[in-house]
Design a binder for this molecule. Structure first.
Ligand SMILES: [Zn+2]
Length: 51
């Protein structure tokens, strides 16, 4: 399996996967940012933490 696929699965399990509200692209946020807003690496909009 490719490493990106594995990290995506791990991120999902840990609740670190976040979908940008603007560009709708999924990305994995660092565990340290889990409860903070992060900036989308594609369009640079702020993505709030999941409730
Ligand atoms: Zn985005």
């Amino acid at each position: 399996m490719n490493p990106l696929f594995i990290s995506a699965i791990i991120g999902t399990l840990l609740g670190l996967k976040r979908t940008c509200p603007k560009c709708k692209r999924d990305q994995i946020v660092p565990a340290s940012k889990r409860r903070e807003s992060v900036r989308c690496k594609f369009c640079e909009v702020d993505i709030p933490p999941r409730k």
